[in-house]
Design a protein around this ligand. Sequence first.
Ligand code: SF4
Length: 319
Amino acid sequence: MKNKNLFHPLWVSGKRFYDLKSYFFNRFHDRVYKISLDAGFTCPSRDGRCGTGGCTYCDGRGSLLRQQGQLPSITEQLEAGKALYARLRKARKFIAYFQTGTNTYAPLNRLRRLYDEALSVPDVVGLAIGTRPDVVSPEVVDLLADYARTKETWLEYGLQSMHEQTLRNINRGHDRHAFEEAVRLAAGRGLNLCVHVILGLPGESPEMMLETADYVAGLPIQGIKIHSLLVLRGTPLYDDYRAGLFTLMSREAYAELIVKFLEKLPPEVVVQRLTAEGYRDVFVAPAWARNKLQVLQQIFDAFAARNSWQGKFADSSGD
Ligand code: SF4
């Protein structure tokens, strides 16, 4: 892949930010695709360990596979994903992405078995483990750091917002301190850390969301996933939405905010997601979020209109 722009030598796919495709190309010189897995993990924010009820925006159903009945093995899920993405995306290497539920919420032996199984599948070149920051022990970090010596290894923490009041409002079940402890535990161990953030949470102004950008920009992380708040049927958030307790951002406002957010992040932080999709059967709002390509185009246009790029205002207050 040839660098098609002048914004940053790492951004080889030609975007105004460091997208995952560029990162994988720089790292593997090949097409790499993340395969989402459901290993049957539950969530401690629902079973009482870290709270009850779960996050207000989460429908708690897990993956489509889980809803269909008994889960296939990790190997079966990976082989199915490999066949699909080799055909659709011409991918030749794969990352096993333990996505559904809290993927460190099990005894260490079970975690090791699952992760080892994933890495034993041909063409799987690494792991990505999505989890809550309050369910990461030093032993789990040691295990992942061990993988990281020879394999691409990402640890993904849900943060959603830096604001304590927001974390309480959305019933995250952990505070910012827990997140900072989890970052401290994993930083400097050879792992890649990725943080998940939601824009548009009830009670948050654009300024507050950009404070989260400033906060994230100061962390020792390698990646970020951002998406807009989605209202899903059957969630506490849905009840609040129907009661008119908050409003959702327009697509234009969201795109503008994404650009301002990324302007604050260092150019080396990999942007793994800019919008959410899926949940079609329970999706309620905002309507514009149904069309991922349009959302992405709006973001690209907003970058161009502002003549901007990721990191333009890193280490400064921006505008
Ligand atoms: S931590 Fe994740 S799985 Fe658990 S309730 Fe929140 S969003 Fe859902």
